[in-house]
Design a protein around this ligand. Structure first.
Ligand code: PLP
Length: 398
């Protein structure tokens, strides 16, 4: 075994050849705008929407410019107004509270459990804050007990929007992620489960909400060119009352995405195999707490998390530096200053977050890494061996 890992944690797989060929066809015919269609042509974007609706079992699907745009559109469709409170996760990515703030609404943060799911007790305690919507983030693919969450929210009259940026292709008790809430939102940004550079989906079974979302996304009066949309009647009145907030998907990115959607199950299996090797290699490492994955969850494990629970910050810094020296860069959610993608609720000061000590304890020890599909299983074994050695050597048992 070599001492230093030399792979890249940010190197994606190439776009499938079919996607490259489809993209070249779009570039050659030049009709990149989704509503620019030749006679009889459905368009790559409309076909992509049909295919993703079929993949998730949703009645309706809308493709848009980004995951963040998808979430803001879902909140607008649900009638969130400036000044409204919207519940969301304290542990998530910055575009989630950002989507709430983009409407002039105010995020109310809900804590995280040791297994990195939304804390349902904390949610129950905050349900009377006046919020009518929960923007639920399945952060890093960890899905909470969805039956329990929906029962709590339904009883309180709180609508749920699911942020499935890390759960595209995943499910809970065989129901695809994104199919529990009133609307489900996805991201096709480079670091998610499909890669178009940027992009987002909104799915729903509700014709009124979806007609609003399509009009909001900038459909002009061309909504009949959608193929995974509600019937024209759903738009008849709404088209006078709904502003156009342009954020459409284009045919070039849709062309790249279609073969990737078709490959999701096979990619999920490849990610889960890598995750299992990492878990196996790290089990029993002194000082390292692994995350329990419930049986009801069918995951797409494109990243790996673990806890250095109750370690002093200086000890974590020492361990991370030792791992980094051997080519393994862990992201740390407990650092005082946010770096790259690791900001959490404490850093989103525009939302006036109140301290959450139980959540702080978890985030203080949380380390994270991507598992790109360009890693082999042997790479995973080598990374796990390096982490095991360096973390084990730094850990001082109490
Ligand atoms: C990436 C991501 C999003 C959406 O991000 P975009 O970059 O706007 O597509 C939403 N939620 C989480 C948890 C994410 O990681």
């Amino acid at each position: 075994m070599t001492d230093i890992f030399t792979g890249s944690f940010t190197q994606q797989e190439p776009i499938p050849d079919e996607g490259i060929e489809a993209a070249l066809r779009v570039l050659r015919h030049g009709r990149l705008h989704r509503y620019n269609l030749a006679p009889g042509e459905l368009g790559e974007t409309a076909e992509l929407e049909q295919e993703f609706a079929a993949a998730t079992g949703a009645k309706y699907c809308l493709a848009v410019a980004s995951g963040g745009y998808a979430m803001a559109t879902a909140l607008r469709a649900l009638g969130v107004k400036p000044g409204d409170k919207v519940l969301s996760n304290a542990f998530t990515l910055a575009p989630v509270p950002g989507a709430i703030a983009s409407l002039g609404a105010v995020p109310v943060f809900v804590g995280v459990t040791q297994n990195l799911r939304i804390d349902l007790d904390d949610l129950a305690a905050r349900l009377d804050c006046g919020a009518r919507v929960l923007l639920l983030s399945h952060m890093r693919g960890h899905i909470c007990d969805m039956e329990a969450l929906m029962a709590l929210c339904d009883a309180a009259g709180v609508r749920v929007v699911e942020d499935c940026a890390h759960t595209m292709g995943a499910s809970w008790n065989a129901t695809p992620s994104g199919r529990f809430g009133a609307m489900g939102c996805f991201s096709m940004q480079t670091y998610k489960h499909v890669n178009a550079g940027e992009g987002g989906f909104v799915i729903s079974d509700d014709p009124d909400l979806m007609a609003r979302a399509i009009l909001l996304s900038g459909s002009y009066m061309l909504y009949d060119r959608h193929r995974a949309a509600p019937p024209p009647e759903a738009f008849a009145q709404l088209r006078y009352d709904t502003p156009n907030i342009s954020g459409r998907m284009d045919n070039l990115r849709a062309a790249i995405l279609r073969p990737q959607i078709a490959r999701l199950p096979e990619r999920a299996a490849a990610w889960n195999a890598r995750y299992a090797r990492m878990e196996q290699g790290l089990r029993g490492t002194p000082g390292l707490t692994l995350i329990d994955r419930p049986d009801a969850e069918s995951k797409v494990a494109s990243s790996f998390q673990a806890l250095l629970l109750d370690w002093p910050g200086a000890g974590i810094e020492t361990a991370l530096a030792a791992c980094r020296a051997r080519g393994v860069e862990l992201k740390w959610f407990g650092a005082p200053e946010p770096a790259a993608f690791t900001s959490t609720y404490r850093h989103w000061r525009y939302a006036n977050p109140e301290p959450m000590p139980a959540t702080d304890r978890i985030l203080a020890g949380l380390v994270d890494m991507r598992l790109p599909l360009t890693f082999s299983l042997a790479d995973c074994d080598q990374i796990a061996a390096i982490l095991r050695a360096e973390i084990g050597a730094t850990f001082q048992s109490p």
